[in-house]
Design a protein around this ligand. Structure first.
Ligand SMILES: Nc1ncnc2c1ncn2[C@@H]1O[C@H](COP(=O)(O)OP(=O)(O)OP(=O)(O)O)[C@@H](O)[C@H]1O
Ligand SMILES: [Zn+2]
Ligand SMILES: [Zn+2]
Length: 875
């Protein structure tokens, strides 16, 4: 496929200098600037020197498609023409087969790679020259270093880190164009030029826009490259990246209220028509026609009638005012509470790189602190990066930023179309001061003049990428980036992750700070948490999924003029097993986790298995603790809860908020707006509800069953359960009424339940840290998860065993423990069988370990292998 003159070699990333050592595994947060062995570029920033060759990464669609199959990372070697001053990080255009394609310069060298040298003839192979530099210094050195650090720490090929960071298709879009710089060209310019340069100038002058693609010019003028260089050097023409074709706006019919509300009394409309107008008004006077039809369950002829009567207009729109958040009135900084002010003073008093944990209880006003910390950054002409778990779930946050900072706020996340991402990306590169709000991948936003990074809800696991590789954690990358950019990083949470807490509380480093907002704003109390023992409910004859207490609370919502939230834990495939009479939960005898219930098909015998060590046992006949024969597999979906609500409270208006009802774009915002407008009494949903919902009308939070969360088979189960429950509880009582939380469980004595009841973050975390350190789990020790998958069950299993035994002979005993291989908790997904090997590094271990990336080569082609450093998900 490749012409012989294009030389290539593979595996540069796997060369021992780059990935043979791991960073210290005990402590993921602090910045580890390339400890030795970083080879790319860093020693080559000084320019070409004697190097005649450059190694490049190319981005071609065929390679892109292999993303998931193999770690293809081929560096292609090209000659550096003497007139080009190539530096690592430049975007080049190179010949590839018969095409010209985009490439990134990685490394300058003077020697051909080993495998390309013919014996006796050092440089006899013909290496094709680089065509040209498309964009000089596209990756600023800091940014480049960040990507290398990601590739190195997460043991992944550099191209994958680059692909994660860059908008899709960036290199493919990098069509070079040439245009005249008309006012720089003197009269009689042609006289100074060689014939080919003259021709180029003429051609450009003939075009109406003074602008052509380089490819076109090349076709017209063979060998015009030198001439072009000359013109560029003189500043008479410039070469630039072709902007992408702007995404064509999608137009949809929208309906806008145009009549003054008081005038309605003088118009002849039916009650029904008035109701529809009322809903439209409450939604800010503008909605998509389809949404209004659905919300009001009405017909388009009714809307047409309203239009005829002059109440509304219907017309195609690209976007609604309300979606852009313009409806939020521009606001002013609030006057801060004492704690907010203290935190802000610390932040504003710092300069350079600092890491701060802003630990503020739910409703303590963390957002206001971010806003006031960012304002001076923008005034100084710098930019701010704000990372949030999921944009769709936090429309309120985005609105608040827009209201404060107006049009310098941009949103960047994977939900944008390719064109939108590309445009936002190029806009960021310009370096004008802006606030970028985005999800995980926005940590790579190419803001040249970064003044602050904020990670809100830093404990949220969506900041970690599970696949594809690199399996990076945005918080870890943020710390590296803040250090490289020499700016502060603020991590905010009501329930900081254990590692964050440990890192900021138990540290005497002067660049690490702990800031606390221990109270809600306006001295509002935290809502009281009532724990209901569902075993007693059962004993006393209540078989409903709602306790009597929760039923009573739901029934009195309307009388109290309040709204409520019902939280249901999203149910996984495998669930834990517990005794219905005494609450005993089946656990692994060798690990500190609960066993998962497995039932392969209807006729198979159910059994229990541990996903850490692969221990398995038969399904119990009787409870080992109380001898009862009644067991329960937990899990209760939103659907079942909805049915039960309808049965018990036929009058109640509720909204289901889960992955089924929020599939369409903007569904989150629409449903939350409906709820905020009090079109429903109760919001029933899953995890999504925990994030940042700030409504003062919510008096009741009901947790239908905490148990599904408490006994997940994962060493982080307790931490995550605690965080989730405390966050959900924190949605209540944010108004004048303190509100109430009702938590239903079969194990009220569970320490997590106790801690939630008492809002006891600190004591819970300290106890949990103690447990972790006894078992060498993070943040005490470090973990690396190796995943294998393939369609052939036996082959995957055998490969896993082979790799495990090779590894265990290489690993130094006493520094690293190998757990497994064991099947993944959900062993078969989409017909692929999945096995995993967990490496547990003991605290403080710094000994180099073998290159894990090289293990990929030991897998047969049908088995895929991936490395997850600091894994959070074991599914
Ligand atoms: N200084 C202040 N004075 C009055 N109200 C404030 C002040 N600061 C914040 N608020 C209001 O308090 C409410 C809660 O603030 P915010 O949503 O920022 O809390 P939070 O700490 O992010 O909570 P959570 O972690 O639960 O999301 C908001 O409605 C906000 O407008
Ligand atoms: Zn029992
Ligand atoms: Zn086990």
């Amino acid at each position: 496929m490749h012409k012989s003159s294009v030389v290539l070699y593979g595996g540069a990333i796997e060369s021992p200098s780059v990935s043979s050592r791991l960073f210290r595994r005990c402590d993921p947060l602090p910045l580890k600037l390339a400890e030795g062995g970083l080879s790319y570029g860093s020693e080559n920033w000084g320019g070409n020197g004697d190097h005649q060759l450059v190694e490049v990464l190319v981005d071609i669609p065929t390679l892109r498609q292999t993303e998931d199959t193999e770690d293809i990372e081929q560096l292609y070697t090209y000659q550096v023409p003497p007139h080009l001053d190539i530096m690592p990080g430049d975007i080049l255009s190179v010949p590839f087969g018969a095409q010209q394609i985009g490439a990134i310069a990685i490394r300058l060298t003077s020697e051909l790679p080993e495998n390309l040298r013919e014996p006796g003839k050092a440089t006899s192979i013909k290496v094709r020259p680089v065509e040209d530099i498309t964009v000089k210094g596209f990756f600023p050195p800091n940014y480049w270093q960040l990507l290398q650090q990601v590739a190195q720490y997460y043991q992944t090929p550099l191209i994958k880190a680059i692909r994660t960071a860059l908008p899709p298709g960036l290199l493919r879009r990098s069509q070079r164009r040439i245009r005249l710089v008309t006012n720089a060209i003197p009269d009689g310019a042609e006289e100074f030029l060689q014939p080919k340069a003259q021709r180029i100038l003429q051609l450009l002058r003939q075009s109406a826009t003074g602008d052509y693609t380089w490819q076109y010019l090349q076709r017209q003028i063979k060998g015009g490259s030198r001439g072009l260089q000359d013109l560029i050097k003189r500043g008479w023409v410039e070469s630039y990246l072709e902007p992408p074709t702007p995404p064509r706006p999608k137009l949809r019919p929208a309906i806008t209220l145009v009549i003054d509300w008081v005038e309605l009394d003088f118009i002849d409309i039916t009650t029904r028509q008035r109701e529809v107008l009322e809903i439209l008004r409450r939604r800010g006077g503008e909605m998509w026609v389809t949404d209004l039809l659905q919300t009001c369950n009405t017909s388009s002829s009714l809307l047409k009638t309203l239009e005829k009567k002059g109440c509304v207009v219907i017309g195609d729109r690209e976007i609604l005012r309300t979606e852009q958040g313009i409806s939020t009135i521009a606001d002013q900084p609030l006057s801060l509470t004492e704690h907010q002010q203290q935190a802000l003073d610390v932040i504003l008093g710092l300069s350079g790189f600092h890491q701060l944990l802003l630990h503020g209880v739910t409703g303590s006003g963390k957002t206001e602190v971010y806003l006031q910390a960012i304002a001076p950054i923008i005034d100084q002409g710098k930019s701010a990066l704000v990372l949030v778990p999921e944009i769709g779930l936090t429309p309120q946050l985005t609105d608040r930023f827009r209201a404060r900072f107006g049009e310098v706020v941009f949103v960047y996340h994977s939900g944008l179309s390719e064109g939108e991402r590309y445009d936002t990306w190029r806009n960021m590169i310009q370096g004008t001061p802006q606030v970028v709000i985005g999800t995980r991948s926005a940590i790579f936003a190419p803001l040249p003049n970064l003044g602050i990074i904020v990670l809100d809800e830093e404990h949220d696991s969506s900041f970690k990428q599970d696949q594809p590789q690199p399996c990076y954690h945005a918080r870890t990358v943020a710390a590296w980036r803040a250090e490289l950019e020499n700016c502060p990083l603020i991590l905010g949470s009501a329930t900081p992750a254990l590692e964050t807490w440990q890192h900021h509380r138990h540290n005497h480093n002067p660049s690490i700070h702990y800031l606390s907002l221990p109270e809600r704003v306006l001295s509002r109390p935290q809502p009281p948490v009532e724990v209901v023992d569902m075993r007693r409910e059962l004993k006393q004859g209540n078989r409903s999924i709602f306790s009597r207490s929760l039923q009573l609370a739901i029934a009195s919502l309307r009388d109290n003029n309040q709204q409520g939230i019902l939280f249901i834990h999203r149910r996984g495939h495998s669930t834990f097993v517990s005794c219905r009479s005494c609450g005993y939960v089946m656990e692994c005898p060798r690990c500190d986790v609960s066993l998962s219930y497995h039932h392969i098909h209807a006729e198979a015998i159910p059994y229990l298995r541990c996903h850490y060590c692969n221990h398995s046992q038969s399904y119990p006949q009787r409870c080992p603790q109380c001898d009862s024969p009644y067991f329960k597999h937990f899990g209760s979906g939103t659907q079942r809860v909805a049915q039960e609500l309808t049965r018990l409270f036929p009058e109640l208006r509720f909204i289901r908020f889960d992955s089924d009802t929020t599939r369409t774009k903007n569904a989150h915002r629409i449903l939350l707006t409906q709820f905020a407008n009090r079109e429903a009494d109760l919001l029933v949903g899953t995890q999504m509800l925990t994030k940042g919902l700030d409504l003062d009308s919510v008096g009741l939070v009901g947790i239908v069953s905490a148990d599904g969360l408490l006994h997940l088979s994962d060493y982080r189960a307790s931490e995550r359960a605690f965080q989730t429950l405390l966050q959900v509880a924190g949605r209540a009582g944010r108004g004048n009424d303190p509100g109430q939380v009702i938590l239903q469980t079969y194990t009220p004595e569970h320490p997590v339940v106790e801690a939630v009841r008492n809002h006891a973050y600190q004591s819970f975390v300290e106890t949990e840290l103690q447990h972790r350190s006894e078992l060498n789990y993070p943040p005490s020790g470090g973990l690396i998860l190796l995943r294998l998958r393939g369609y052939d069950a036996i082959e995957v299993e055998q490969t896993a065993h082979r790799i495990a035994s090779e590894l265990s002979s290489e690993l130094l005993p006493g520094t690293c423990e190998l757990l497994g291989p064991a099947p993944a908790p959900i062993m078969r997904v989409a017909n692929q069988y999945r096995w995993q090997i967990l490496l547990k590094f003991l605290p403080g271990q710094t000994t180099p370990t073998p290159s894990l990336a090289a293990l990929a080569k030991k897998c047969p082609p049908s088995v895929r292998f991936s490395i997850d450093v600091d894994p959070l998900s074991f599914g």
